[in-house]
Design a protein around this ligand. Sequence first.
Ligand code: PMP
Length: 461
Amino acid sequence: MSLTRQEQLRAWDHAHVWHPFTPQVEWSESDPLVIDRGEGVYLYDTEGRRYLDGVGSLWCNVHGHRHPKLDQALIDQIGKVAHSTLLGVTHAPAIDLARKLVELAPEGLTRVFYSDDGATAVEVALKMAFQYWRQKSEPEPGRNYFLAFGGAYHGDTLGDVSLGGVDRFHTMFEPLLFPTVLRAASPYCYRCPLGLTRPSCATACLDEVDRLLEAHRGQVAAVIVEPLVQGAAGMIVHPAGYLAGLRDLTRRHGTFLIADEVAVGFGKTGSLFASNKEGVTPDFLCLAKGLTGGYLPLAATLTTEEVYSAFYGTAAAGKTFYHGHTFAGNPLGAAVALASLQVFEDEQTIERLGPKIDRLASKLATLADLPYVGDIRQQGLIAGIELVEDKSTRRSFPWESQVGARVCRAARKFGLLIRPLGDVIVIMPPLAIEADELDWMIDVITTCLREVLMPEVEVGS
Ligand code: PMP
């Protein structure tokens, strides 16, 4: 009996494709959703069914799929060259993009080092910071530590995993990780690690950073943070002023601040860069995901003249940064990134976000009284809905119950594609989403929460 094309694809997927972050038994027993094409904020499967891309194809899509200007930029660039290296030669898309990024980024970030993914953008920042202290004019070779936060996620390469604070992902690899990481509590206000509450806490979690930097004076190469929102930890929205507080502390202690804006950059928080929101210029700014509008893998690590100057030397001086990825600054990626930044200007993407963010906030508020909805967190167009078994004690559901995954699976039959982080339902749509589509998303999530958690209540009631 011959299989249809769709059946064949599903069978071959199960036979050969090992999916990232995916428990394999559940996957092999599932009917894989095979995406065929996209249009605006929607994806379509091979049977023509439509799904709203509620997490922006993993937090990266910005202007929607198949945006005519982004598509055209790729067509134009592919008519010239698809790839040429930045090792020893250069090309216009990488040059123009670097100039544009420097113009748009927080003031003082004037040097752009390209790579290809979020994980590499962070690795670059770590290695640059480390090397800087060794070869600045008055070297400080004792700076071997990085300070990272509980729940931190900076990518899956081993350097980034060393900084990671998500036990389920990271603990296993401990024997392979560099041990020089100081860990400060995450500013997770719903479950404050210090047992305090806002606003009477006066952001006491910053005091711990202060103490750690003091105790390790002269030993810390950099503090690394996901500004405003810790993504993979469950969309933990930081209290206002926290990022600016970290910037003050790092300056006061004479160490670097690395802003990992891989997830939160390019408008997701309501301004082009999250750092802008608190008037912060980090020493390193890591960008990926939305850099190309979510089209292609391209990443950039921006830094200052001060950092660059420590690497400025002849081959004989031995100051070179010996790091580079084959597809760093890929011309197709750079061309589409330039087009994406142009669309931000042409369509006033950031300026038009305000009403959508407000609409999302008021719609999310309608969930607050539902049983099992423990915490609702929002920053810009990013939101996390934390589900708990007991609202009064904030007790989580047992991991095995997979409540978040079940809610997201239920949403699919209504045509909404979302992915949870544990029992946190994540919303991170393309910025191009319209307000009524945001309403619709929350309505679907409400229906699915009822269906999965309150089956005895009639759906829609
Ligand atoms: N940093 C942060 C804050 C992220 O959220 C991610 C990915 N979700 C990464 C780094 C790693 O990016 P990539 O998956 O592109 O390597």
